[in-house]
Write a protein that binds this ligand. Structure first.
Ligand SMILES: Cc1cc2nc3c(=O)[nH]c(=O)nc-3n(C[C@H](O)[C@H](O)[C@H](O)COP(=O)(O)O)c2cc1C
Length: 466
């Protein structure tokens, strides 16, 4: 297969993720998100559809920017209540053999020493199918509740860079490849000479090590990131193996991929060193007419207020203070400026237009039609932008993904641009075909050499997790 299109399922351990109000759609299962069967059923649908992975978003804190309270978020179940994403990894891995399992975790709240152990454990138990979506967080309410102040936007990326350094040292370097002997005859499990302290002393973290876990199949999970600002793109260009992006138009996506590729080239990375997945929502049915009817039916269930709740959280601007007809240019965003900038092509859009757009599937496009129509459009997006694949948002559970697997995937397979089977191996091996571990050129690979873990000189400032 010379050209190939990829799918990821974009999910969250909650009721209303990207399509507020749709949990009221007849037959929707989102209210069952607390049941393991809900997730294992979904995982089977995705593996049958040869999705690269399921990706579970997460936020720390509730969406209380809109109207200055969390009332609307709770009424709409807009990403709250929200359960822990990582706990879904093992049950999903038990019913599937290949599906990648991506979890989101923030570098702003959980200490990296603790998080490193949770990552290694999940990678062990899933036999190397874990990915990590590295986020820096944007909700003030998370900061208030943890007592860890939300740093300014770009500073959060600096903390994230050091956080990754600690994780890299623990996962990549602390335990040598042959540290575990597991030799009952000699009564030696691990050779202490091959388990190293990491001696990290940085601006924010002071972690002597060693790591608590022995090396897992991938050591580092596959690293995903979704930076869109200048600082975010710089971070993704350096660290991410897979990049998520959400843009409303092909032009905005093409601009993003160009900017990201240039930033990556400045780091000595080639375009094929990372994969880009664009957010999209696909409403596919047996025929165009049936898909359009389903779409109209879905629109009847969108909650505009729910969309404004989410948009307020993403942008940091209380959108209840604006009139529906206000132009986007009038909105002053505190945290999510890059999100509004991606709508720059829609200069004449009002707030109501934005809420309507985001009500189904968030900021990405909604593609509606029978299998051929949708396949044509996805191919067009790929041809004009060079995107590797799509991060598909759900409209209704589990109909959206069941229809992709049942109607769209066979059409793409018929066109020879979608795999009929999974490649063997860990998630990283499946995605890149170059082994289970981070490439030798990745910044974290340098920590494989104990000499690279000597104490870093420099100022030791306030730890964020004290
Ligand atoms: C597809 C996609 C998924 C994202 N998932 C999350 C998430 O689960 N949790 C989170 O806090 N941020 C999430 N983000 C936000 C990004 O991490 C990032 O903050 C955002 O794209 C803005 O970029 P910037 O931080 O460079 O301004 C996501 C973004 C995109 C595009």
């Amino acid at each position: 297969m010379s050209r190939r299109l990829r799918f990821n399922a974009f999910e969250m351990n909650c009721v209303a993720h990207q399509s507020p109000g749709l949990w009221t759609f007849p037959g929707d299962r989102a209210r069952q998100y607390k049941d393991i069967g809900y997730w294992t059923d979904l995982a089977l649908i995705l593996e049958e559809g040869r999705f690269d992975g399921i990706f579970i978003a997460d936020v720390i804190g509730s969406y209380d920017v809109y109207g200055g309270s969390n009332g609307a978020a709770l009424r709409e179940a807009a990403q709250v209540p929200v359960n822990d994403p990582l706990q879904l990894a093992v049950p999903i891995s038990m019913v599937t053999e290949h599906l990648g399992i991506g979890i989101t975790a923030s570098t702003s709240y959980e200490h990296p020493y603790l998080f490193a152990r949770r990552l290694s454990t999940a990678d062990h138990l899933t036999k190397g199918r874990i990915g990590w979506n590295i986020v820096t967080s944007y909700l003030e309410s998370g900061a208030r509740n943890t007592g860890i102040p939300l740093r300014p936007h770009d500073d959060r990326y600096e903390v994230a860079a050091e956080y990754l350094e600690v994780i890299g040292k623990l996962l990549e370097g602390s335990w040598e490849e042959d540290a575990v002997l597991a030799d009952p005859a000699r009564r030696i499990y691990a050779d202490p000479a091959k388990v190293h302290p990491i001696r990290h002393k940085g601006r924010c973290f002071d972690v002597p090590g060693p790591h608590l876990c022995e090396p897992s199949p991938q050591r580092s999970p596959v690293l995903y990131q979704a930076g869109a600002s200048r600082a975010g793109i710089g971070f993704a260009a350096k660290h991410a193996e897979c990049v998520f992006v959400s843009t409303p138009t092909q032009a905005a996506l093409a601009r993003y991929i160009t900017a990201l590729s240039e930033a990556a080239a400045a780091q000595g990375r080639q375009r094929h060193d990372f994969l880009v997945y664009a957010l999209a929502t696909v409403i596919v049915e047996e025929t165009d007419a049936k898909a359009q009817a389903l779409y109209q039916h879905c629109l009847d269930h969108v909650s505009t207020e729910g969309a404004l709740v989410l948009l307020s959280g993403w942008t940091g601007a209380d959108l209840s203070a604006y009139a529906p007809g206000d132009p986007l240019a009038k909105i002053r965003a505190e945290s999510g400026l890059s999100m509004l900038e991606r709508f720059a092509d829609q200069r004449d859009w009002s707030l109501a237009d934005l809420a309507r757009w985001a009500g189904i599937g968030g900021a990405g496009p909604v593609i509606v039609g029978g299998p051929e129509t949708v396949a044509d459009q996805l191919e067009a997006w790929q041809e004009t932008t060079g995107v590797d694949g799509f991060n598909l948002a759900r409209v209704t559970a589990h109909q959206t993904f069941a229809n992709v697997t049942g109607y769209l995937v066979p059409e793409l397979q018929r066109r020879g641009i979608y795999p009929r089977d999974y490649a063997p191996g860990t998630l990283r091996q499946k995605l890149f075909g170059q082994g289970d571990r981070l490439r030798a050129s990745h910044p974290a690979a340098r920590f494989r050499h104990p000499a690279a873990m000597a104490e870093a000189p420099g100022p030791h400032l306030v730890p964020p997790f004290s």
